[in-house]
Ligand binder design. Structure first.
Ligand SMILES: *[C@@H]1O[C@H](CO)[C@@H](O)[C@H](O)[C@H]1NC(C)=O
Ligand SMILES: *[C@@H]1O[C@H](CO)[C@@H](O)[C@H](O)[C@H]1NC(C)=O
Length: 277
């Protein structure tokens, strides 16, 4: 489904009570030629921090890696060779995006949970939300699911900044999965069952991640919006050997043009924040 179609569907489902579409939502529809897409992290060849040295996360235990597009926490390996990640979830609040680019371009940031895509790059099963803003301060939001390398498709759910959602992905086999977005205030949820897009895009269950992304439209990166701070709580990854959280996992921060744009602070085994710098 194209971005345009998805926004239209969401608007129709929301029905007559929906607020008038913002200019930004209309423009997203008008230019929705290419699908919204998450892609694996594009990492820096050398892992350098602001001082030009490899840095450690705030809890002192995990390595920080830098990428152009992903900030958050990734569990790069399951706890045992026979184990795989079968479910990843977290609670977060839809952010209020602020423009960082005044050239008229639409800017965005995305928050999601997923299985695979970091060290295992054949596939990503993921679900989350996007927040868009333009230089006039017009905003739009959507919730989506994606089985990379396919583009994302939108859930028919009306979102706005401040909504607290629980995002979950589950795999029932390497080629079958489910994405769930739940409204934490109401307990109501939308669910999508998916199949691997091809036999070469099955899940390995090798990575579990909780990410803020500067995502793509087709093969082009959408300019990154200032998303403020996103607090991931209740971050859990299920394996056949038990549940794991975010402590002692790999921290990814976003670096573009030599500047760190998104920093990560791991607060506990189930909570971390991603802050726009
Ligand atoms: C979640 O529920 C609250 C309270 O009813 C509502 O205001 C909000 O719009 C809902 N958000 C979503 C994404 O369903
Ligand atoms: C993280 O590593 C430290 C140091 O090895 C250890 O004490 C702690 O229990 C670990 N935490 C988790 C949740 O695995």
């Amino acid at each position: 489904m194209k971005l345009s179609l998805a926004l239209t569907t969401a608007a129709l489902v929301a029905g007559a009570l929906a607020a008038p579409r913002s200019g930004l939502a209309r423009r997203l529809e008008a230019r929705g030629i290419l699908g919204r897409r998450s892609v694996p992290p594009s990492k820096m060849e050398t892992l350098v921090g602001e001082n030009g040295v490899l840095v450690k996360s705030d809890d002192g235990s995990a390595e920080v890696q830098y990428s152009k597009n992903w900030a958050g926490v990734v569990r790069e390996q399951p706890p045992a060779s026979s184990a795989t990640y079968t479910q990843v979830s977290a609670t977060f609040t839809v952010p209020l995006p602020t423009a960082t680019d005044y050239s008229g371009e639409i800017q965005a940031a995305s928050a999601w949970v997923g299985i695979d895509g970091d060290t295992y790059t054949n596939a990503i099963l993921q679900t989350g939300v996007d927040a868009y803003v333009n230089s006039n301060g017009e905003r739009a939001y959507d919730a989506w699911y994606e089985w990379y390398p396919n583009a994302a498709e939108n859930f028919a759910i009306d979102l706005t900044a401040g909504d607290v959602i629980v995002a979950t992905v589950k795999s029932t086999s390497p080629s079958k999965g489910v994405a769930i977005i739940e409204n934490k205030s109401t307990g109501r949820s939308v669910t999508k069952s998916m199949s691997a897009p091809s036999s070469s895009a099955t899940l390995g269950g090798q990575n579990a991640e909780w990410i803020v992304e500067d995502f793509n439209s087709g093969s082009t990166m959408v300019p990154f919006a200032n998303f403020g701070q996103i607090d991931f709580t209740g971050a859990r990854a299920k394996t056949s050997q038990g549940d794991l959280g975010v402590q002692n996992a790999t921290v990814l921060e976003i670096e573009q043009n030599g500047a760190v744009l998104a920093k990560v602070d791991v607060k506990s085994d189930s909570e971390f924040t991603v802050t726009y710098k």
